[in-house]
Design a binder for this molecule. Sequence first.
Ligand code: EPU
Length: 417
Amino acid sequence: MSKIVVHGGYSLSGEICVGGAKNSAVALIPASILCGEEVLLKNVPNISDIGALEDILTSLGCEVSRGDHSLKIDSSCMVNAVIPCDLSSKLRASYYFMGALLGKYRRVKMCFPGGCSIGERPINLHLKGFEKLGATVLEEDGNFTIYADKLIGDDIFLDVPSVGATINIMLAAVLAKGKTVIDNAAREPHIVDVANMLNQMGAKISGQGTSKIEIIGVDSLHGTEYSVVPDMIEAGTYVIIASLLGKGLKVSGLVPEHIESLTSKLEEAGVHLKVGKNFIQVDEVSDYHSIDIKTMGYPGFPTDLQQVLVPFLVSCSGTSHIEETMYENRFMNVPDTVKMGANIQVNDAQFATIYGKSELVGKKVEATDLRGGASMIICGLIAEGTTVITNVGHILRGYEDIVGKLKKVGAHIEIEE
Ligand code: EPU
């Protein structure tokens, strides 16, 4: 099992380039099978979640070829096979094959998806959406069979603006008969990305990026070439690192508006950010003071940056508060952060109070989940001494070459097999 070893306390300078968004790419890949022609995806991140989706595509008979940050998917010979459970359980986003296969073949059979254990993560809203379109959903011990004679557009209200449900319903509805309206839809940049690619393939989707998305069903879609939007969470992670250790550290290739909920908070804490058209730079680190955050759907503060922000809050003087509203189990990084010297109290799995400022000391810690793992890397970068992070497979699922990117700007970090 690999581990990451970090020797902390070094300033970072130079440039880190942000790649394509994981949570967009993992939806664009299943979306591409809706046409039965060739789709060329560009700016695809080199992360293990993409490899897991490639295996699913291959199991369905698609021809897949990987280039340098590109993925060519030819679904002209695909078959509607049952996706093996050991493949779908590798990642959360396998659930997008439910919408895509239902939309394309009117029938899909697969198991409950995998992913980080950050909470219960039900998929009831995805299933409710499929049922509204006319599908029957059968479930037995986590195995789903979803089928329909025909899919007919309808008005679908989401109880909560779920990213996964919004995308999955779009995937099922693009080839349905008539008009589907998704109300209280999620508004994340990756939702806009999926709608934009489907439109390039011939779909008729409007309202993406707002809470009401309208989809007029079409008879067929065609192949396309599409570039994945920059990863707002990877961007946010490096901007947090720059705020803590930057000495002329530029994070480039990002869309600053996508992480305004983060940058406005960092500025409130006292960080001086130089914001350009597609970069954010920190020239000098100073003393920061406490802030409060509450996780929300886009454009609010993303839950995926909550854990990553913890080392920053530990470094602020005063008392900071976190309210986590999305997941019941997203403070798994806190015990190891406390072990390194932080003073954090978690109440009711939803609230955390961080009493700063604490100096961290390197320890042996664990990546409990993807973003919790990134948080431990940041703790290691700011700590005195050596931090050893185990179970790093979680981190590699979602951050492309995080060790190489940090090393290039002066971090003392290694990955060891
Ligand atoms: N929810 C329901 N029912 C549903 C679906 C969601 O109650 O049918 C609830 C969830 O329990 C949660 C909230 O709605 O409380 C939001 O969940 P959402 O569906 O938006 O999340 P998701 O689709 O499971 C995606 C990302 C997550 C990210 C969330 C929120 C992918 C593959 N995953 O998950 O990414 O945290 O949106 O932005 O896109 C990560 O990258 O680390 C990660 C966990």
